[in-house]
Design a protein around this ligand. Structure first.
Ligand SMILES: [Zn+2]
Ligand SMILES: [Zn+2]
Length: 416
């Protein structure tokens, strides 16, 4: 198990919460897959395992994993396009027989498919990530596309993660670059969490916050070497991504790993103000983080804040902007959460908010980091026109009922 996770679990936490984790074992090292059998024993899983992979991840690790497990049971999803959708899940259901557990060998999509199928059949699964591309490996929910629409469905977290550095450090560069985008997003995610804690007293665990901040710094410090595919550097990235997943499990929601930058990415995914973009999750998050950084640094550049009159979105505006997804937006938001926020609490904490923002790299620095690994840096890099910027910043905070500085910003203007 990762040492830090053990520590977080063992200690009684000062935040008053009993942090629990469903993932029982995380192995992150070179040659990790050769310890798969030990891991299975440790987490008390036995019986018939069935590997789930696609053609690419079969070559990267699927064959090696079946050798280690002495298993003939392997489902290679060889559909023309593998998405976490009805087709792929049916493909797995049709072939998994009476497997006692599944082994996801792949990146995010294979994990979502496996998580969904394992949950539906009530069996555990083991995660073998083949790329450091997202932070969702240990997630308990599945990001699926059913009937063409993105939906989040219940799933099961892996009983164990076996992340082999030799495998994920040789992943396609685009996937690793996407993971860098997802990790860079933690700058604004963590800042949003801290600001909401300051302004509204929202629950925050200092320990989880602290380890996330440290892991983020280490992953970002390794970006040049990540770009060169150096295993030790890629390991730092994977560590940050896995830890984000662990942090979400411990807190009980995605707060430690998702803020205003993810709201932009989610809004673009719903394609209500834009045409669909082919960009990967982390690619969108990376671009979004630079945009959020720009807005936040502008907020930090003033001398004081002044209140402005605020009107919640009208039903008409929600319908106009969010179109088919309007009912979801209304359900998610309920009564507008800004109505409960006291402007004076923001104004009182302005200096502290400025200090927090100063820890977020400037937008130019974020784009430079993204550029180093060859990740998209701008809206046009992810095939979105600049014209969507204004609506993206205005409406993305309503995509989730979660307080961010981007949302709080509607209550004030900055006096320069
Ligand atoms: Zn993410
Ligand atoms: Zn805590």
């Amino acid at each position: 198990m990762l040492k830090i996770v053990k520590q977080l679990q063992r200690e009684t936490c000062d935040c008053g919460k009993e942090h629990s984790l469903t993932v029982k074992e995380i192995l992150l090292e070179s040659g990790a897959i050769y310890k798969l059998k030990n891991v299975l024993e440790k987490v008390e899983i036995d019986g018939n395992g069935c590997i789930v992979c696609d053609r690419n991840t079969d070559v990267a690790a699927g064959s090696a994993v079946s050798q280690v497990l002495n298993s003939e049971e392997k489902i290679v999803i060889d559909l023309p396009e593998v998405h976490a959708d009805e087709q792929s899940t049916q493909f797995v259901f049709d072939r998994m027989g009476d497997a006692d557990y599944l082994v996801a060998v792949g990146s995010g999509t294979i994990h979502d498919i496996t998580r969904y199928c394992a949950h539906a059949r009530g069996i555990p699964f083991i995660s073998v990530p083949t790329a450091a591309s997202v932070d969702g490996f240990v997630s308990t929910v599945c990001a699926m596309t059913f009937r063409g629409a993105k939906v989040t469905t219940p799933g099961v977290a892996p009983a164990a993660v076996v992340a082999d550095t030799d495998i994920f450090s040789s992943a396609p560069k685009r996937l690793t670059a996407s993971g860098v985008g997802d990790i860079i997003g933690k700058y604004t995610a963590l800042t949003d969490w801290r600001i909401s804690h300051l302004v509204t007293g929202e629950y925050l665990c200092e320990k989880v916050y602290g380890v996330m901040e440290k892991a983020l710094g280490e992953a970002v410090g390794a970006v040049s070497d990540i770009a060169r595919g150096k295993p030790a550097a890629c390991e730092k990235l994977m560590y940050g991504l896995l830890l984000s997943g662990v942090a979400m499990q411990m807190i009980g929601n995605s707060r430690p790993a998702s803020g205003a930058e993810h709201h932009l990415s989610h809004l673009w995914e719903t394609a209500v103000i834009n045409e669909p973009t082919p960009a990967l999750h982390g690619e969108k998050v990376g671009v979004a983080t630079a945009l959020v950084s720009q807005v936040y640094h502008e907020i930090a550049s003033g001398v004081s804040l002044q209140p402005v009159a605020y009107e919640p979105l009208s039903d008409r505006e929600i319908d106009r902007v969010f179109k088919d997804t309007a009912p979801d937006i209304r359900r998610e938001n309920g009564v507008d959460m800004l109505l409960d926020v006291d402007f004076h609490r923001i104004a009182e904490n302005y200096e502290e908010i400025k200090a927090l923002i100063s820890k977020i790299p400037q937008p130019g620095e974020i784009r430079e980091l993204l550029g180093k690994v060859g990740a998209p840096r701008t809206l046009s890099d992810i095939e979105l026109p600049d014209a969507v910027l204004e609506d993206s910043l205005t409406y993305s905070p309503f995509i989730r009922r979660r307080l961010t500085l981007m949302r709080l910003k509607k209550l004030f203007c900055v006096v320069k």
